[in-house]
Design a binder for this molecule. Sequence first.
Ligand SMILES: *Cc1c(COP(=O)(O)O)cnc(C)c1O
Length: 223
Amino acid sequence: MSVNEKNYKTILEKTAAVKATLVAVSKIKPVSDIKALYNLGQRDFGENYVQELVEKAAVLPEDIRWHFIGHLQSNKVKYIAPFVHLIHGVDSEKLLFEIDKQAQKNERVIDCLLQVHIAQEATKFGFDEEEARIFISGIQGYQQSGSLKHVRIRGLMGMASFTDDTHQLIREFEALSLLYKNLRSGNVNIDILSMGMSGDYELALRYGSTMVRVGSLLFGARV
Ligand SMILES: *Cc1c(COP(=O)(O)O)cnc(C)c1O
């Protein structure tokens, strides 16, 4: 099997020590790899592409919690709405309203995270901190007036810069962590801070991550 069991045990220990959740990122990897990790007890898996997720979910055990971690287009929400566990990358009001609509059709509430742009790279999706604050209070307003009843904002998601510069990574994780804490202390009911990938998950955990998304350390490099 091409799953790194030793890395899996290590990452599980480190996440368990701070009660964080490990999402195993299985994008591009075959169903057999997912099954191998599933057989070691892993239940949270993350995928980036709608079609790939739908195909995998159809043939894998029903008790897998599927996380959608990629950039989600509104017109594709309907395909994952029946079963997705958590959508990490909400980055627009249009997308959130579409998730709400599809969740309602499926008679469920879908948990979502807002994507916050913390990296220096200009290409990544997401809100800046001020936009995130405004967005969240806007959503609270909608929900108080009875709409958006089929989505629940559970927290924030961020991707740090692709760099070896530890100081920069720390600055980015600290900024997101501070925003998360400030929102929580200002009566926003959220409990998930999704940050940290293969290269930086330990640092992310040190700075308050409650959910790491790890792919290549578990499944090997993607080509
Ligand atoms: C691919 C991906 C990951 C996992 O990356 P690794 O470096 O392989 O651990 C995590 N988060 C997102 C959003 C991704 O697209």
